[in-house]
Design a binder for this molecule. Structure first.
Ligand code: GLN
Length: 197
């Protein structure tokens, strides 16, 4: 089913090739915006990795036009949707840092697939109609990103993640006890914020 959803002041087109943007992810954008508002953003680069529909990257570009924004995803089909959802950003296809080889960013935002195989079995048929590759990943994406992040982030860089319910402690460990876990309105672990010095 193709359609549109309202997301952080934007109308985002969705197809069966992308995850439908969630209200929790709007909170993530809002929290990031509060941090970016206090910063000088001219010449700064933000990557939205695992962009799916592109909702996060496009919403941040819309709020902060002076920021250079790059959206990436492994799925060509997801990128085709992301391309229709906004302008003045760049797009890259590939696995996590692979398309960014030799480059650095100032800000990284990622809402990776974080549902476990076990949880996947309990999801509603509506959610399971969304692409499994956008949903199921458990902690693996955080582990893979943590292993490479520091080589790709400029000094003073920051990274923001959406995470799954109950994953906060494990993810904090993955990032060597740096960073902080925040909850959503339901009191579930939902975000992980990392500041590098
Ligand atoms: N929050 C989504 C869900 O409940 C999962 C999103 C994700 O894996 N990034 O289905």
């Amino acid at each position: 089913i193709a359609g549109t959803v309202q997301f952080a002041d934007l109308t985002i087109k969705v197809t069966p090739d992308v995850l439908i943007p969630r209200p929790e992810t709007e909170i993530l954008v809002e929290k990031i915006a509060q941090t970016l508002e206090k910063k000088e953003l001219k010449g700064k680069v933000l990557w939205d990795m695992c962009c799916g529909s592109g909702c996060i990257g496009h919403a941040l570009k819309n709020r902060f036009p002076e920021l250079s924004v790059v959206l990436s995803d492994l799925s060509e089909k997801a990128l085709a949707v992301a391309r229709q959802n906004g302008e003045n950003v760049a797009f890259k296809q590939g696995d996590l840092f692979a398309p960014f080889e030799g480059q650095k960013c100032d800000f990284l935002v990622c809402n990776p697939p974080y549902v476990t195989e076990e949880e996947y079995g309990t999801l509603t048929p509506e959610v399971r109609a969304e692409p499994k590759m956008a949903l199921v990943g458990g902690l693996t994406f955080y582990e893979r990103i943590a292993a490479q992040l520091f080589g790709y982030l400029n000094p003073g860089g920051m990274a923001w993640f959406e995470i799954g319910t109950g994953q906060g402690e494990a993810i904090k460990k993955i990032f060597n006890d740096k960073g902080c876990v925040e909850n959503d309105w339901a009191g579930h672990n939902r975000f992980f914020f990392l500041e590098i010095d």
